[in-house]
Ligand binder design. Sequence first.
Ligand SMILES: [Fe+2]
Ligand SMILES: [Fe+2]
Length: 193
Amino acid sequence: MTAKQQFVEIFNKYVTREGSAKLLEYLSNSDFFTAPASARFHLAEEGGLCQHSINVYNRLLKLVKADFGENYTKHFSDETLAICGLFHDVCKVNYYVTEMRNVKENGAWVSKPYYKVEERFPYGHGEKSVFIVSQYIKLTAEEAICINWHMGGFDERVKGGSYALSEAYDKYKLAVYLHLADLSASYLDEHRN
Ligand SMILES: [Fe+2]
Ligand SMILES: [Fe+2]
C-alpha cells in the first residue's frame, strides 16, 4: 500500500465530520502527497510530508494506548487523534520548491535538485495548519490547541518568550502527546538526509 493510500484509509475511516471530503479534495489538489517533510532534515524526499503525517498519527496512537490502554477513546476520540496526527503539518503544503545546485561528486561538479522553502502564506507553523484545516472542517478547541502547539519548545513564539505553551500543555494533555509523537516520528522513525 502506498503512503497516500494509507493516509486516505486512515482519513476515510476516522475523519467523518462535515467538510472532510472538501479537505481531502484540497489536499489531493495540492502538493501534500508529493511534498517532502522538510527541506534538509527528516524525510526530505518526495512523499515525505504524507509519510511523516502517518508516522505521527501512528506514534500518537501508540502513546495514548500506552497510557490509557484499549480504553483510550474514553479520553480522546479516534477522529481527534487522526485529525491531530494527519493534519498537524498541513502548513507545509505549497511550501517547498525544487531548485538545482552544483555539488562536487567524485571530484566533478554535477547539477543536483534540492528543496528550498518558499513561504507564500507567512502565518506561522502550527497556527497556519489550524487556519488551513479550519477552512474545511470545524476543529474542537482541543484539536486546535494540539495542532497549534505541536512544535513545543521549537515554536518561534516560545523562542520569543511566550509562556502560552506551558498553559496549553497544562490544560490539554493531548497537545503534549502530539508534540512527543512529532518528536518520535521525526527523530526515531524517519531517516535524515
Ligand atoms: Fe511541524
Ligand atoms: Fe511534524
